[in-house]
Design a protein around this ligand. Sequence first.
Ligand SMILES: Cc1ncc(COP(=O)(O)O)c(C=O)c1O
Length: 373
Amino acid sequence: MNKVRFVNPQLQYQNFKTEILAKVDDVFSRGDLIMRKDLTDFEDAVAKFVGVKYAIGVNSGTDALSLAMEACGIGQGDEVITVGHTFMASISAPYHVGAKAVLIDVGADYDMNVAQIEAAITPNTKAIEPVQLNGRMCNMQAIMDIAKKHNLIVIEDAAQALGSKVKMADGTWKMAGSIGDAGCFSMYPFKVLGGFGDAGILTTNNDEIAHKVKLLRFNGESREDRKFYYHGYTALLDNLQAALLSIKFKHLPKWLERRREIANRYLNGMKDIAGLALPHYGDDDTHYDIYQNYVIRTPKRDELVAFLNTNGVETMISWDTPMYHQPVMMPNSISLPETEAICKEVISLPMFPELTDEEVDYVIAKVREFFHV
Ligand SMILES: Cc1ncc(COP(=O)(O)O)c(C=O)c1O
């Protein structure tokens, strides 16, 4: 085995090259560059898939989050409860609208520890921003119950969770991005639906939020009367990008199933290794995880990373430093024990739908070799 890549966008391009290049030619030949049918078709397909009234294409997951904050009326002096173990964009979004992110810890599944939410609520709290990390949904029933009790907005950071589902108390399965007031997805190239550069989408069932986001992403201008209603942004998803994402989107359900198959192969190959925690929680009856990342955990993380890399297995660490220790967040006195332990112990293994069983087995064999089992 030469090398097992962590992700492989080039291979996916090769597999769809003819269709992609024909679509580029088609879109350019039509001159359909900004807000044309390719965009609305893609948005309609995503809305249907997620099970919401609106899906609105934007520049990036970060923009989706910031626009969601603004469209939900979050602003100066407000507080938004989110987690310490996430990408900086989740934390930056409240600051973009003049609010403050209040960070709580995560649980053993890397998602928001819902038991800590109520203690973090103050008179300034306006919203909860759960992060559906690694393609696994938070305990959304508990989050929605707390939000309802305290009259709080819920903005789902579903950047890593397109297609992930959770079962609610009434027995219905709900998709990421369909439960809170707004859902925010990233189509950054390495995501389950990876674009050709930055891209994002915001989902909502709320007419007012949808209307405002549609204007905000387009410099505040209404397409109907050409009047400017907000001080907006240039944050539209490109028509070409949407056209190309539509090609890939048709394959997403199959790709998610393949990710789950790979995850199961990792599970069967490594579940007997003492001292290694795998991302399986025995709750398939309530969670449909899509493994945006396959995160394993061990106190011997740094040695394991070195061993795997020496043996040609690419890995990634998300993240080795809590976001609240980054320069932009300093100084502060935040201390989240689980987040800090995770930063020392996690490693993400190769995970993309084109990975072969042989490659997965090679990774498993190398992990086993490291642990002498
Ligand atoms: C949890 C989370 N939130 C937000 C984002 C931001 O998305 P984007 O990179 O598209 O701006 C990401 C992307 O990596 C993410 O992983």
